[in-house]
Design a protein around this ligand. Structure first.
Ligand SMILES: [Zn+2]
Length: 241
C-alpha cells in the first residue's frame, strides 16, 4: 500500500477539534469499511447515519470527496478525515498521544533548560511552523485556505511551546517567537480572524506563568522594552520586568 503524502500530525494540526474527534470516533468504532488503495486515491465506505462513499487523495487528506451533506458542499467532513486516518494507521489502534490535539499553547511547568542539540532542533521546528504563517497575496477565493494555514501554523507552534521546559533560556525563545509573529502581522500577514493575535496573547500568559515559576525569566522580557507592537501585547510582561 502506498504511503499517503500526509501524516497524523498534519491532520491534528489542521482539522478543527470537533471534526477530528468525530473522525477518531468513526475510525475507532470500525466505521471505516471497504477500504481500498487505488494507487492515487483511497476509497472507503464510512458508516455514518447511512453509508457514505468516500474518496481521499494520496496527496492530501482534505482532497477528495464524500457524498454526505458537507462533502457535497465541498466542505471537509469527518468521513474523509476518518478515511485519511485509516490510510495512515491501517486499522491499528490509536494511542492517546495520537488522539491528543493541541490547539493552544500551555506551560509545561517543568523547570529546566534545553541542551544544545535540542535547542537547535526546536528552533528548526519553530522556523518550519512559522512558514505556515505567511503573507496573504489573494485572490479572495483563497482566503479560507489562507486562514487554515495560519491556524495550522499556530497549532504547530502551540505544540512546540507546550513541550518547553521553564527557564530564562526558553523564555527568550518564546519572546523571539512573539517578536517574529508581531513583525509578520505588522508586515503582510492578514490576521483578520485574530488567529495569530490569539496565539500571541496565550503565549504571553504562558510567559507570565514562566516568570512565576522561575523569576529569572523576566530578564528575557527586557527585549520588549520601547517596542511598538501590533496591539500592545507586551505590556503585562513589561510590568513584571
Ligand atoms: Zn462525509
Amino acid at each position: 500500500m502506498t504511503q499517503p503524502n500526509f501524516d497524523l500530525d498534519k491532520i491534528k494540526f489542521s482539522v478543527d477539534e470537533g471534526t477530528f474527534k468525530r473522525a477518531v470516533g468513526l475510525y475507532e468504532n470500525g466505521r471505516v469499511t471497504n477500504f481500498h488503495d487505488n494507487g492515487f486515491t483511497y476509497t472507503a465506505t464510512v458508516l455514518g447515519t447511512r453509508p457514505y462513499q468516500v474518496i481521499v487523495s494520496h496527496r492530501g487528506y482534505d482532497r477528495g470527496q464524500c457524498n454526505c451533506y458537507l462533502g457535497q458542499r465541498d466542505t471537509l467532513c469527518k468521513h474523509m478525515v476518518a478515511t485519511a486516518i485509516y490510510a495512515i494507521k491501517k486499522g491499528k489502534t490509536l494511542s492517546s498521544q495520537d488522539k491528543k490535539q493541541i490547539t493552544s499553547p500551555s506551560c509545561g511547568c517543568k523547570l529546566g533548560q534545553l541542551n544544545d542539540s535540542d535547542l537547535i532542533q526546536i528552533k528548526k521546528k519553530i522556523t518550519q511552523a512559522m512558514r505556515y504563517i505567511k503573507p496573504y497575496r489573494g485572490p479572495s477565493k483563497t482566503w479560507f485556505a489562507y486562514q487554515d494555514s495560519l491556524y495550522e501554523g499556530c497549532c504547530r507552534l502551540s505544540f512546540l511551546v507546550s513541550q518547553l521546559p521553564v527557564s530564562q533560556q526558553t523564555a527568550k525563545l518564546l519572546v523571539n517567537i512573539l517578536i517574529r509573529l508581531d513583525n509578520k502581522i505588522v508586515g503582510s500577514v492578514d490576521d483578520s480572524d485574530g488567529t495569530v493575535g490569539g496565539f500571541i496573547e496565550e503565549t504571553v500568559d504562558v510567559l507570565i506563568q514562566f516568570a512565576k515559576l522561575d523569576p529569572s525569566c523576566v530578564v528575557a522580557f527586557k527585549k520588549l522594552q520601547d517596542r511598538q507592537t501590533c496591539f500592545g501585547w507586551q505590556e503585562p510582561l513589561l510590568q513584571l520586568s
